[in-house]
Write a protein that binds this ligand. Sequence first.
Ligand code: GLY
Length: 369
Amino acid sequence: MSERLPVLYNRKPCYDIVFTQSFDELWGELEALGCGDRKLCIVTDSRVDELYGDAVLTLLEGKCAGAVKYVFPNGEENKTLDTVKGVYRFLIEEGFERRDMLIALGGGVVGDLTGYTAATYLRGIDFVQIPTTLLSQADSSIGGKTGVDFDGYKNMVGAFKMPRLVYMNLAVLATLEDRQFFSGFAEVMKHGLIRDSLFYEWLIENMYEICERDLDVLQEMLKRSCGVKKLVVEKDPTEKGDRALLNLGHTIGHAIEKYKDFQLYHGECVALGCVAAAYISWKKGMLSMEEYYEIRDMFVPFNLPISIEDINPREILRLTRSDKKMEAGKIKFVLLKRIGRAVIDRSVTEEEILAAVNEIYFSEEDAHE
Ligand code: GLY
């Protein structure tokens, strides 16, 4: 059975997140947004296009003022302004006007890039998110952050632009390769850790069904996970305060991601970053030692890493300084007071970060002990 979660923006209803298990209700949702006489452009990447591009296009054809599809090559390396330029050109050739709409069909790269294109084309047109990875369903499709990478810096250029609808067909999760599925799970775990200890416990109780990808359990999981994200972004849509809590694990996580030249998946780096943040929280007397080890070990059954080889911890430290999460030269670090209660902390020192990176660093010496 499909379910929906309305998301507010400036205290007014802005868009719904629809949780369902097929594309059957997609046209009805779009029609309700007045798409019957608008042109629609699906923006997707080569991988998702092979799986769902034509199926979604067929659902729109003959129902709206014109349905077209723009496909760009799969991969984070294509999340650039050059790809955005390609979409602009296509939209101009197809005669897209301000009342027409983009549909982001894909994972985080597609959603962020399409959202940014929608935010800037003709000074802003509507867009809809159809996230097809667990990472984008749990995190990036919600809350209106859009953007592209620039000169190797992740999401350096972007805009806040709210979608008109987020349509989650959970059946698409069945085609995800394991590594990508579990990478997305790291963001789900993060939501439990920052704001909802009961949800964190529920995740552990339902570990087996989640790993087996039971669709009804995944629907419940995403509804609760998106419920946490919804509350945080409704309170602080443009990250002036508490939205930064969603960056738990991301300061060190992004640094590892960049150091490894995006060879590790985002969620894998977030898991490592969460372990490091939990370690700092323990060392600062916020978490107990037991809580630290529990958090660390809970990533393991979900196939997420809790240590990493072949890094230079000092270089990781240097990279944390170039992350966007800086304010007046100080890193805004997210720490855990307890499971379900994250806080922003501006007092984390370079020594503490280095100690945390060393904690997750699995070196040659460890191997010989
Ligand atoms: N992924 C963090 C945020 O949406 O703010």
